[in-house]
Design a protein around this ligand. Structure first.
Ligand code: NAP
Length: 331
C-alpha cells in the first residue's frame, strides 16, 4: 500500500484509509466482533489510517477503535477523529471550553493521551472565519491534548477559508466520481499550502459499489433511507447529494467503461487517489470483504490493470451529463 504525508501533520498514512461511521452502528447494526474484523482486515491489507468522529454511535466507533488499539498496540496507525456535533451547531458552541470537553471525551474513548488529529465536524460557516476558534485549537496542540487539527467541510469556500489558516493540517471534503467540485480550487490550494486532503463519501454512500438498482432499499435506521433530501443533516452526506435513480444509472455507465475484472468500487477509489492533491480516500466498510476490497484499490494506481487517464475522461463525461447542473454549485 502506498503512503503519503497527511498535510501539516507530517504523518505518513496509507492512500486508502478506513471510514468508521458504519462501526458506530448508524448504517444498520454492526457487532463488536464484526467491527474488529473490519479493522483487522483493513490493517492486514495495509491500511494505516482510520477516520472516526465523537458522534458515530455517540462514541461507539471511537471506543471500538480504542479497544482495537489496546489489543494491537504495536500497529502503527493514525486515527483522525472529529468534534462539534454533540451540541447544537451554532457558532457560539465552538468555543475553547467545549473543545476541551469534546477532546477529553475522545481521548478517553480512543485511549490516547494525545489525539493524532481532530477535525471540526462540518461546523457552520462563520466558525471557519473566527480567529478565536483557531486560537483555542492551537492551545490544545500546545498542551499536548491533540497533535494536530483539521476541518471537515461541506463547501469548497469553507475549505478555502480553512486552508488559508497557517496551522490547519488537513481538510476533509466530499470528493468522488459524482462530486468533482473540489478539483476546481480546493485541491490546487491545498497542494500549494501543504494541507492534506481526506476524500470522504468516496463511494457516494455505496452508489459507486456498482451493486445498487433503482429498487435497492435500506434499513429504517440508515441515513440512505431517511436523509435523501437532507431531512436530518446536509443532503450532500447521503449519496453525495445526487438523485438516487440518476446515481444508479451513472454508476452503471461507470461500470460499463471499466476493463473486465476491475471492480466498480476499486476503480472509483483509485480514480480519487490519483487526483493530484489528494492524500487519502476513506471509504466506509461494513464487513471485512468490503474493507479488503477497498484497500486493494491502491493496487490499481500503477495503471497496469486500469487506464486511469481514460477513466478520468469517463468520469468527467458522466459528471457533465448527470450531475453538474444539479450539484456543482450547491457545495
Ligand atoms: N461530515 C463528515 O465529516 C463525514 C460525513 C460522512 C462520512 N464521513 C467519513 O467518511 C467515511 C466514508 O464515507 P461514507 O462511509 O459516508 O460513504 P462511502 O464510503 O462512500 O460509502 C460507504 C458504503 O459503501 C458500500 N461499500 C463500501 N465498500 C464497498 C465495497 N468494497 N463493495 C461494495 N460496497 C461497498 C457500503 O454500503 P452498504 O452498507 O450498502 O454495504 C458502505 O456502507 C465515513 O465512514 C466517515 O468516516 C465524514
Amino acid at each position: 500500500m502506498q503512503s503519503r504525508t497527511l498535510g501539516r501533520t507530517g504523518r505518513s498514512v496509507s492512500v486508502v484509509g478506513l471510514g468508521t461511521w458504519q462501526l458506530g452502528g448508524d448504517w444498520g447494526p454492526v457487532s463488536e466482533q464484526d467491527a474488529a474484523a473490519v479493522m483487522d482486515a483493513s490493517v492486514e491489507s495495509g491500511v494505516t489510517l482510520f477516520d472516526t468522529a465523537d458522534v458515530y454511535g455517540d462514541g461507539r466507533s471511537e471506543q471500538l477503535i480504542g479497544a482495537w488499539r489496546r489489543a494491537n498496540p504495536d500497529v502503527p496507525l493514525t486515527v483522525t477523529t472529529k468534534m462539534g456535533r454533540r451540541a447544537e451547531q451554532v457558532p457560539s458552541n465552538y468555543v475553547a471550553e467545549h473543545f476541551r470537553e469534546w477532546v477529553d471525551r475522545s481521548r478517553r474513548n480512543l485511549g490516547q493521551d494525545t489525539l493524532d488529529l481532530v477535525q471540526l465536524h462540518c461546523p457552520p460557516t462563520p466558525v471557519f472565519e473566527d480567529d478565536a476558534v483557531y486560537d483555542a485549537l492551537d492551545a490544545l496542540v500546545a498542551d499536548g491534548s491533540i497533535a494536530a487539527y483539521g476541518v471537515s467541510v461541506e463547501t469548497a469556500d469553507q475549505a478555502l477559508t480553512a486552508i488559508a489558516r497557517p496551522h490547519v493540517a488537513s481538510v476533509q471534503v466530499i470528493l468522488n466520481a459524482f462530486r468533482l467540485k473540489p478539483l476546481d480550487r480546493v485541491l490546487p490550494a491545498a497542494r500549494e499550502a501543504g494541507v492534506g486532503i481526506l476524500a470522504r463519501v468516496p463511494l457516494a454512500s455505496g452508489l459507486l459499489s456498482g451493486g445498487y438498482t433503482a429498487d435497492t432499499t435500506f434499513s429504517e435506521g440508515d441515513h440512505r433511507n431517511y436523509n435523501r433530501h437532507g431531512e436530518a443533516f446536509d443532503q450532500g452526506e447521503t449519496f453525495s447529494g445526487v438523485d438516487f435513480a440518476d446515481g444508479v444509472q451513472a454508476a452503471q455507465a461507470f461500470a460499463a467503461a471499466l476493463p473486465e475484472g476491475v471492480s466498480v468500487p476499486q476503480a472509483a477509489l483509485a480514480w480519487i487517489v490519483a487526483q493530484d492533491g489528494v492524500t487519502a480516500a476513506i471509504p466506509g466498510a461494513r464487513n471485512p470483504e468490503q474493507a479488503r476490497s477497498n484497500a486493494g484499490a491502491a493496487d490499481l494506481l500503477d495503471g497496469s490493470a486500469l487506464d486511469l487517464a481514460s477513466l478520468d475522461t469517463t468520469v468527467h463525461e458522466l459528471y457533465d451529463r448527470w450531475f453538474r447542473a444539479t450539484v456543482h454549485d450547491k457545495w
